[in-house]
Design a protein around this ligand. Structure first.
Ligand code: AGP
Length: 611
């Protein structure tokens, strides 16, 4: 939810930390701050409300200088976005800490620390960590020991970066429930919430594990200790995606760039996973075949856009693999008395692999009698990937725009591969599997044709700029696509949008339809088309303005109040992937017309690592 960067370098770290914060801004952007230890061991700090650019302006006025520092971009959980609540938090002028996560027992700790004379100056939970660490440092005179002792009293989730002027040259990091990686430099070492923040200085990373504490010291020394305090070695991994993926290139926004990257990332997600007879089951892992053959049910758990991908997969898994499937949002699932039928496979979907609710759901599931767990994820080394039995990586590359686009369509692609793998193992219709596999191979090219409709979609978007509400309709596997279209529109344009299965319209939402309520419908040429057509008539009869995304062969004529955008023909199994694209473009252009912050919409964060 917040972003952390830390550095122990052989040069002034201000520029490194600032660039790192810019790359982490997707994680939170209501305030930012930095603390650097100067050569004469003074702890100097700058904090600013608003985006990282506000902090940058402050640093231009009064630069910080030193080889050791920590920095933070915030998404408020405790206390308003003010300078006083921005990180780093300090205890006096000797210790500074940055924190991502939530300390659940902060009130008890605060009362205890206030009783011991510590004075609080912010409304945050993080400040208790600063004073707790300062107290433990006074007792032990060793920063690593102080951190280890303080952590044993902290409840909740955290990733931390800490420094103390009593130990100049040292930055300590720790993680439990929130991500943290170590960047391995040449004679230098770094910390960050996400490798993206550090690609400017290294492509070699150590992904810390739950409970790990790391000490970075001069000369690039990196020492890692596990939750029991034992020194441990963790592997160094080379980051595979190039740094070019983290810049906007010729595009005005990351979101637009990421929408246009979809043909290539869908192709990358398919690469090496399709053989002549369909999907290669081994691409899910060595024991996938035996696990899949035993799976009689599937439970899919995810949040937000990833949840919508799971909803589409339910239609696919039941139809093409004949496997009963349940899909649920993680924040509900983990608090339910879940009944797990025998031989149920547990599947999580997540772009980041660090979403707190999804991770908690996985851990909850691991205590129950599931057959095993599969994570479909976009971030190698993420907690979800490490903690699942099987993984299928999507190859979307870094997704910077807060509104998920290419992560969604690559999840759908991976879910269709999962469907085909299960269908194959369970002896489903082999001919149909071969047809869908062939259609998957053609998908990137057809997706390119749809993206070429960008200008037409931009023209359509003008009809939404002045509206306050919108309704999205779809049937079957396109109902979740309508949900995703509505989520995109509200997320980035702030227009209130709802989605319904088209057949539900007459059971209530039809009362909302008038000339002020644009209705968007996804109408590929599948078996539900005739039913959808009558639903559209219901809207027209009430004066509602209709926007229909339809197959080029669909016999619906454009008339007054009914605008049609025709899409190239595609195998109906894959239509949900293709029909997502125009909805993404529509939301994007509406948001641009409305002048909102497309890549960093208000109140949101890219990676939701708090409950
Ligand atoms: C989508 O546009 C959102 N930003 C959000 O719903 C997101 O999909 C959700 O928070 C889940 O994230 P994850 O895929 O990283 O787990």
């Amino acid at each position: 939810m917040c972003g952390i960067v830390g550095a122990v370098a052989e040069r002034n770290v201000q520029g490194i930390l600032l660039e790192g914060l810019k790359r982490l801004e997707y994680r939170g952007y209501d305030s930012a701050g930095m603390a650097i230890l100067s050569e004469d061991t003074r702890l100097n700090r700058q904090r600013a409300v608003g985006k990282v650019s506000s902090l940058e302006a402050c640093l231009q006025e009064a630069p910080l200088n030193g080889n050791v520092g920590i920095a933070h971009t915030r998404w408020a959980t405790h206390g308003r976005p003010t300078e006083g609540n921005a990180h780093p938090h300090q205890s006096g002028d000797s210790l500074a800490v940055v924190h991502n996560g939530i300390i659940e027992n902060f009130e008890t700790l605060k009362t205890e620390l206030e009783g011991q004379g510590y004075v609080f100056t912010s409304e945050t939970d993080t400040e208790v960590i600063a004073h707790l660490l300062a107290r433990e440092f006074t007792r032990s005179q060793d920063l690593l020991t102080a951190v280890q002792r303080a952590l044993s009293g902290l409840g909740g989730a955290y990733a931390l970066g800490v420094m103390h002027k009593g130990e100049p040259g040292v930055v300590i990091g720790a993680r439990k429930g929130s991500p943290l990686v170590v960047g391995v430099g040449i004679g230098e070492a770094f910390l960050a919430s996400d490798p993206l923040a550090l690609l400017q200085v290294t492509d070699r990373f150590i992904y810390l594990q739950e409970g790990d504490v790391v000490r970075l010291s001069p000369g690039g020394r990196i020492e890692i200790f596990d939750a029991s305090g034992e020194a441990v070695k963790r592997p160094v991994q080379v980051f595979e995606h190039g740094d070019g993926l983290t810049t906007k290139g010729e595009y005005r926004h990351f979101m637009l760039k990421e929408i246009h990257e979809q043909p290539q990332v869908i192709a990358a997600t398919l690469e090496g996973r399709l053989g002549e007879r369909g999907v290669l089951v081994e691409s899910f892992g060595t024991n996938a075949e035996s696990l899949f053959s035993r799976a009689k049910q599937i439970h899919i758990v995810a949040c937000g856009t990833s949840y919508h991908a799971g909803m589409v997969a339910r239609y696919w898994l039941e139809r093409y693999a004949g496997i009963p499937t349940q899909v649920e949002v993680a924040s509900e699932y983990r608090y339910r008395s879940v009944v797990v039928p025998e031989d149920t496979l547990f599947v999580t979907l997540s772009q980041s692999g660090e979403t707190a609710d999804t991770l908690a759901a996985l851990r909850f599931a691991q205590e129950r009698d599931y057959l095993g767990s599969l994570a479909i994820c976009n971030v190698p080394g993420s907690s979800l990937v490490r903690e699942s039995d099987l993984t299928l990586m999507t190859q979307a590359g870094p997704e910077i725009g807060v509104a998920s686009t290419k992560a969604f369509t690559t999840q759908l692609t991976a879910l269709m591969l999962l469907t085909l793998a299960l269908a194959r193992v369970h002896g489903g219709d082999a001919q149909r599997q071969v047809e869908i596999a062939a259609a998957l191979r053609e998908l990137p090219a057809i997706a390119n044709q749809v993206l070429a409709l960008d200008n037409e979609i931009e023209v359509l978007s003008a009809a939404f700029a002045e509206k306050n509400h919108a309704l999205f309709l779809g049937r079957g596997a396109h109902f979740p696509i309508a949900l995703e279209g509505a989520l995109k529109l509200k997320e980035i344009s702030y227009i209130h949008a709802e989605a319904y299965p088209a057949g539900e319209l007459k059971h209530g939402p039809l009362a909302l339809v008038d000339s002020e309520m644009p209705v968007i419908s996804v109408a590929p040429n599948d078996e539900l088309l005739d039913k959808l057509k009558s639903n559209l008539q219901e809207v027209r009869a009430r004066g509602g303005e209709l926007f229909v995304f339809a197959d080029e062969d669909v016999a619906i004529e454009q008339t007054e109040g009914l605008r049609i955008l025709r899409l190239p023909h595609i195998d109906e199994a894959l239509a949900p992937i293709l029909y997502t694209l125009p909805l993404q473009l529509l939301s994007y252009h509406v948001a641009v017309l409305k002048g909102t912050d497309v890549d960093q919409p208000r109140n949101l964060a890219k990676s939701v690592t708090v409950e």
